[in-house]
Design a protein around this ligand. Structure first.
Ligand code: NAD
Ligand code: MG
Length: 394
């Protein structure tokens, strides 16, 4: 399917790390892309600045008072952007008939409903919000299949795998001679540390990722390896794989973004500088290629590529996520919700770093035989897990 002349784009979470990189790429191609809607949670000044540059038709903030402030500031600036508020408005700008493409870049479970709305309404969905797929994998992929949406993974590892797979890979990996997906991980800032040193690290240390500049929640997830666990689940849904078909490979340079191993012994990898504008530009332009503003990888400067197995004893979140995927049903949604509560508590100084995995493990061990066939079931599992995690954190 060739893209329309000018793609009209909604950027959900436009003030975040992925949102800003998306607008950076879009701004380079005014004849290919126009911004339909921008959305943010609380950062109203940042959203106002983006509205002045990108002149969206609609802007969305969570709080009605913030939205009223933004509407007034927009009128004063001589702009015509219409400002809406609340969670339903996010779904509205994701499914609007005028929209071709939705960048789903809200962090966490808050992004589920608008990402699902985009999938249900047959958009080109650029999926950065991995938590949406972790929570509702079967439902989400079913919505994509029913509506004919084009789902393009933006998470760098999944984007790499997508690029390394045959163009038409639906119907199971084995059928296409794929033996294994090799999901690379940087190992995070605490790779190689001792357990006693990790126990008391600060949020600032955890958010200081060696190779990538990202939002705070995903930075903490990268440090605990929960990010790799969520990505393992994400890969299972995106590529119709089982957890056993996915091997996590720690690769500290973050130059190989992931690989696909085939039956004939070939291993195909996607390489590049660690810059999210590459997968974002891939998703925006697919099946074409455009300049993302990213330098070509200098292999002489990289000089060497290292690989090691993840330390799952030191970073138990990866095993917890694999177990959740094996368990199925609502288990991944429960894992995700407990992790969101624990990470928030860690960032607010209420919980030690190592206790994040403990909280998730304790919630996962509680009896809850939840199914995840409907949105109601998923949302009630999410709510239940948040309550249980909050009780443990207190
Ligand atoms: P971020 O924290 O920098 O930005 C999050 C965005 O979501 C902001 O615009 C914020 O206003 C909005 N938001 C937050 N809570 C919200 C709520 N309750 N309701 C509505 N909007 C809300 O996060 P990020 O690093 O850009 O990550 C976004 C998503 O992309 C995450 O799911 C993350 O896992 C995924 N991702 C990020 C990267 C990266 O390099 N940053 C890479 C791969 C995947
Ligand atoms: Mg990733």
């Amino acid at each position: 399917m060739s893209p329309p002349a000018v793609q009209r784009i909604t950027v959900l979470g436009s003030t975040g790390s992925i949102g800003k990189s998306t607008l950076d790429v879009i701004a380079q191609y005014p004849d290919r892309y126009s911004v339909y809607a921008l959305t943010a949670h609380t950062s109203k000044e940042a959203l106002l600045a983006q509205c002045r540059v990108h002149r969206p038709v609609v802007a969305v903030l969570d709080d009605p008072e913030d939205a009223a402030w933004l509407q007034q500031a927009i009128l004063t600036s001589g702009l015509t952007t219409n400002v809406l508020s609340g969670a339903m408005a996010l779904c509205q700008v994701a499914r609007d008939r005028q929209v071709d493409t939705v960048m789903a870049a809200i962090v966490g479970a808050a992004g589920l409903l608008p990402a699902l709305a985009a999938a249900e309404s047959g958009k080109r969905v650029l999926l950065a919000n991995k938590e949406a797929l972790v929570m509702s994998g079967a439902l989400f992929m079913d919505a994509v299949a029913r509506s004919g949406a084009t789902l393009l993974p933006i998470d760098s590892e999944h984007n790499a795998i997508y690029q390394c797979l045959p163009t038409e890979h639906r119907g199971g990996l084995r059928q296409h001679g794929v033996r294994q997906l090799l999901l690379t991980a940087s190992g995070g800032p605490f790779r190689g540390w001792q357990a006693e040193d990790i126990a008391n690290v600060t949020p600032e240390q955890a958010c200081h990722h060696p190779n990538w500049s990202m939002g705070r929640k995903i930075s903490v997830d990268s440090a605990t390896l929960m990010n790799k666990g969520l990505e393992l689940i994400e890969a299972c849904w995106l590529f119709d794989a089982t957890p056993d078909q996915i091997q996590v490979v720690v690769h500290p340079q973050s130059v190989i973004h992931s690989m696909v191993a085939y039956d004939d012994g070939s291993v195909i990898a996607q390489l590049g500088n660690p810059d999210m504008r590459t997968p974002i530009a891939y998703g925006l332009a697919w099946p074409e290629r455009i300049d993302a503003g990213v330098e070509t990888l200098d292999l002489f400067q990289v000089a060497r590529l290292d690989f090691e197995a993840p330390d799952e004893a030191l970073f138990p979140c990866l095993s917890l996520a694999r177990d959740a995927m094996h368990k199925g049903g609502a288990a991944p949604a429960i894992l995700n919700a407990a992790n969101e509560v624990a990470v928030e508590a860690f960032l607010e100084g209420q919980l030690g770093f190592s206790a994040i995995a403990d909280v998730v493990a304790k919630v996962m061990a509680l009896p809850f035989e939840g199914r995840a066939d409907t949105l109601d079931q998923i949302l009630s599992a999410d709510q239940w897990a948040r309550e249980q995690a909050a009780l443990i954190v207190c």
